[in-house]
Design a protein around this ligand. Structure first.
Ligand SMILES: C[S@@+](CC[C@H](N)C(=O)[O-])C[C@H]1O[C@@H](n2cnc3c(N)ncnc32)[C@H](O)[C@@H]1O
Length: 338
């Protein structure tokens, strides 16, 4: 049997107990194969409800290999999942895109529904962005939010498709505010809200992070080297009971640079100030080359410097569908009690 089939078989065996737990808790979106740790770097296989999403990042998968993975998963799960294969290896790709296996059937590219923690999410195999509409490694953090947001005012920063906000609403938050600068991502967030009609309505702010969080934190909105700033929504200073900060690894805008390697501080400082005394800030760093211990020290130092020393700091690892043999998962999450 080819090495890839054996590696998939081992990955599915290892997930057997987890899949039972996930199905019981109302989750049908999870990673089935995490290639970097399970024998095929640059390859991931994810279930999103009725869909199997295969992604390759280094080199394209050959047709037979792809079909073999699809049928092995269908057989193991007892399902007939719609296959979508997205090769993200860019210029390396030599796959013949006219082949139906690579193009995906029209049904596989239809809008679908996935579930996580009993909530509905929009699943779309291809859309204008590169990434799937739900980041699966954040599932435990979303679960934590759902279990810990009753009665709280919640601010979801870099909200993307608002999964964290949705979990806060489902967990009984008294107010949920999602903030992101991309209207397309917030539109999917609105759709996710509509797919869960029993939940209270969420709020959405379309804004760059820096002016928004600095206004909330009552800090001046600085321009870079005196340059004129683009327009931005005006917000009154205020604090939230629960703040969630999950920025991308790197992004530049007219207002500043998001850089998780060199400057977490300028993201974190205003987020701490926008968290109420006695409140909680959950923050993430998904850059693999940043060590948890170093990043945690930076976070603790930043809080102390602001005169907001932590009452508690807890690490929340991703679930077992994102195995990490060196115990150093790229996604690191800290729960900070302020
Ligand atoms: C990695 S995703 C965040 C994932 C998200 N926290 C979740 O729960 O799935 C990055 C998001 O940050 C947004 N973004 C990037 N730079 C931004 C900025 N300067 N201001 C506001 N949003 C930004 C992007 O539009 C994208 O939705």
């Amino acid at each position: 049997m080819p090495a890839l089939d054996l590696a998939l078989r081992a990955a599915l065996d290892a997930r057997q107990p987890l899949l039972g737990e996930l199905h019981a808790q109302g989750t049908d979106c999870y990673r089935l194969f995490h290639g970097s740790q399970e024998g095929a770097p640059g390859l991931t296989l994810d279930r999103y409800g009725p869909q199997l999403l295969v992604q390759s990042f280094h080199q394209p998968l050959q047709r037979e290999a792809l079909l073999g993975l699809h049928s092995a998963i269908n057989e193991r799960l007892g399902l007939d999942l719609h296959l979508v294969y997205n090769d993200r290896a860019g210029g390396n790709s030599r796959v013949d895109r006219r082949d139906a296996v690579y193009q995906a059937t029209p049904e596989a590219l239809d809008d679908m529904l996935g579930q996580e923690w009993g909530l509905n999410y929009r699943v779309r195999g291809r859309h204008p962005g590169q990434d799937p509409l739900l980041f699966l490694d954040l599932r435990n953090a979303r679960g934590w939010i759902k279990a810990n947001s009753a009665g709280q005012s919640v601010l979801n920063l870099f909200a993307y498709t608002c999964g964290v906000g949705l979990c806060a609403a489902a967990g009984g938050a008294r107010e949920v505010v999602n903030l992101d600068f991309a209207e397309g991502n917030l539109a999917v967030g609105r759709e996710n809200g509509a797919l869960n009609p029993s939940l209270p309505a969420m709020q959405f702010i379309q804004s760059d992070y820096f002016p928004a969080i600095r206004q909330l934190a009552d800090l001046p909105v600085a321009s870079r080297r005196g340059q004129k700033l683009p327009a931005y929504p005006r917000l009154a200073p205020r604090q939230f009971d629960l703040v969630f900060l999950d920025p991308p690894a790197w992004a530049r805008s007219a207002f500043g640079t998001v850089d998780l390697l060199r400057d977490y501080q300028s993201l974190l400082k205003p987020a701490i100030l926008a968290t109420a005394e006695g409140g909680t800030l959950v923050c993430c760093n998904n850059l693999a080359k940043v060590e948890l211990a170093d990043w945690r020290d930076q976070v603790l130092r930043c809080a102390a410097k602001l005169g907001r020393p932590l009452r508690d700091c807890q690490v929340l690892p991703p679930a077992a569908d994102f195995p990490s043999h060196d115990a150093k998962p790229p996604l690191k999450t800290l729960i900070l009690r302020l």
